[in-house]
Design a protein around this ligand. Structure first.
Ligand SMILES: [Zn+2]
Length: 279
């Protein structure tokens, strides 16, 4: 055997390893967004790659986009597994920053909890089932790529994650961002989306719209005074979807804007810039 020939084939083998192994795949995973509880990551991989968290396979769009959302109490580390089109694998540990939420402890007050009357329990159950159904849809289009803008301008009167503890008993946290503004203020789509729910009168949330931004990401708009869209409509960012109000169980005109990634609650405020001045 010719020595030059052998060293050439070793060189060829080394080059092959360098260009096909994980070393070439690393840099191909790009993550954008906040690695924090309530945050959303928009990721990018070469088209055809597979992305998993645990045994959950995430939808990857034709252009290689995928999203991961972290709930209010998400764990400190989440492992993302990517299998590239050439079969090479990459595991990336995502450190999820913990947040401090606004917790109010209120002790020594008389219990004023009013449970809904028996006759509306069935109605609430049906409404919740429909909301859960539309939030579970994994729409294939990455409509979220438009980015997000505020759906209404006003004073922020409630924030994500806040919670009240009455006499030591923790209540359900607040998951939306509340925007207080006059009744009738137009509400605009914060990003492109498809209407998956448009109801004038749900028990808790009154006039309610859910927009599907793709890949399990949805926006919900609560307590609306008027709903001007229908299920199935494709909505462009900035298009009016209805008016702000105080319908359902609400104590004054405001928009409660919520974002979900499937059943994980996302903080809408992390997706938009600061609230613009009202005038
Ligand atoms: Zn609210």
């Amino acid at each position: 055997m010719n020595w030059t020939k052998l060293s050439n084939s070793i060189l060829a083998f080394v080059l092959m390893l360098a260009f096909s192994g994980p070393a070439s795949a690393a840099g191909d995973l790009v993550l954008d967004g906040d690695l924090v509880q309530g945050g959303l990551i928009i990721g990018s991989v070469p088209p055809g790659a597979e992305v998993r968290i645990g045994d959950r396979t995430l939808r990857v769009s034709d252009n290689g986009r995928f999203i991961v959302g972290f709930g209010r109490d998400a764990e400190a580390e989440i492992e993302l597994n990517v299998t590239y089109p050439d079969g090479s694998k990459e595991a990336r540990l995502l450190p999820v920053k913990a947040r401090t939420y606004d917790i109010q402890r209120i002790d020594g007050v008389a219990k004023k909890y009013v449970s809904p009357p028996q006759e509306v329990l069935e109605r609430i159950k049906k409404e919740n089932a429909e909301i859960a159904r539309v939030r579970a849809i994994d729409h294939p289009e990455p409509l979220f790529e438009t980015g997000f803008v505020w759906p209404a301008i006003g004073r922020i009167s409630g924030v994500y994650g806040s919670q009240r503890i009455f006499n030591g008993e923790p209540k359900r946290p607040h998951f939306g961002v509340d925007i207080a503004a006059p009744r009738g203020t137009p509400i605009a789509a914060p990003a492109d989306g498809v209407v998956t729910l448009a109801e004038k009168d749900l028990y808790y949330s009154g006039g309610t719209v859910i927009l599907d931004h793709g890949h399990g990401l949805t926006s919900a708009f609560l307590h609306m005074d008027a709903v001007s869209v229908e299920v199935g409509q494709e909505i462009k960012q900035g298009t009016e979807i209805g008016k702000l109000g105080s319908t359902g169980r609400s104590s004054g005109p405001h928009l409660d804007w919520r974002i979900n990634w499937f059943d994980e609650r996302i903080d809408p405020q992390l997706l938009v810039g600061p609230m613009p001045a009202t005038n």
